[in-house]
Design a protein around this ligand. Structure first.
Ligand SMILES: O=C1O[C@H](COP(=O)(O)O)[C@@H](O)[C@H](O)[C@H]1O
Length: 268
């Protein structure tokens, strides 16, 4: 019998608890800038995966605030690429799209005032471009493949994700990977689709867990008492992914749960 190749272990989660959401968001925004600066300097380019959701969009708005402050060190924006962990399949002008919210919070400023090329903003498809979410997932997989580099860990065709942000829903979902869904178990692909999301809208596109787990750093941003039970279960030993998908959100080098007091209130 031949041994199967050993995959290097993923980073165990570490928790950091902040008194208020604003503190959490400020720390993550500062760290995000620092990672982008470092990756652009040492790797030649930088790749960040964005999340939708309240805390994730607040981080982007905070980055915009930091840019307006004198002395903030910033990356050469033409070397930075933005990707998404998931998207709600909606018309391009729908304000509920994760990408639309990211544009309003930060990306429009980066494009208009800081030289971020629009071609570095890799949005997931909109409903005008994808008749259904599976087609959208395939289109995005092709876009990821076009920027892929050798990925010894997974063999998946992906860019090197320097940092990947994730919000967590009160039901424990991350990206558009929801409890009990078949998408939780997709292993051969970088992207997949959801047709019956328990949270509106029904149709979504998402990275798979094997794709998420290639990221160097996975940073959870979790705020509010409605997330406390999901966070506690995700960080407790033995919780199944089918119950709380966030248990599988781990990075290759670093997994940090940034929580405010309310979200951390049920941690043991
Ligand atoms: O629908 C989504 O929800 C999650 C969590 O959002 P939150 O507002 O409860 O923090 C988000 O991470 C995901 O990207 C989004 O599509």
């Amino acid at each position: 019998m031949t041994d199967s190749p050993q995959q290097p272990a993923l980073a165990a989660p570490r928790t950091e608890v902040y008194a208020e959401k604003d503190q959490l968001v400020t720390v993550v925004a500062e760290r995000l800038l620092a990672v982008l600066v470092d990756a652009a300097r040492h790797q030649g380019d930088a790749h960040a995966v964005l999340t939708g959701g309240s805390a994730g969009v607040a981080v982007l708005a905070k980055v915009a605030d930091l840019l307006a402050q004198p002395g903030t060190e910033t990356p050469p924006w033409h070397k930075v690429h933005f990707w998404w962990g998931d998207e709600r399949l909606l018309p391009s002008d729908d304000p509920e799209r994760n990408a639309q919210q990211a544009h309003e919070a930060l990306l429009d400023v980066l494009i208009e005032q800081h030289g971020l090329p629009e071609s570095n903003v890799h949005q997931m498809p909109v409903s005008e471009d994808a008749a259904d979410p599976e087609i959208g997932a395939e289109i995005y997989a092709t876009e990821l493949q076009a920027h892929a580099e050798e990925n010894g860990r997974s063999g998946l065709a992906l860019p090197r994700f320097d940092v990947l942000l994730l919000g967590v829903g009160p039901d424990g979902h991350v990206a558009s990977l929801f409890p009990g869904k078949a998408s939780l178990h997709v292993t051969e692909k970088t992207t997949t689709s959801e047709d019956e999301s328990p949270k509106p809208p029904l149709q979504r596109i998402t990275l798979t867990f094997p794709a998420i787990q290639t990221a160097e750093r996975v940073w959870m941003v979790v705020s509010g008492a409605d997330k406390a039970e999901a966070a506690a279960k995700a960080l407790a030993p033995g919780t199944e992914v089918t119950e709380i998908p966030a248990v599988e959100a781990r990075g290759a080098r670093e997994t940090i749960w940034h929580l405010d007091h309310a979200a951390a209130s049920k941690l043991s």
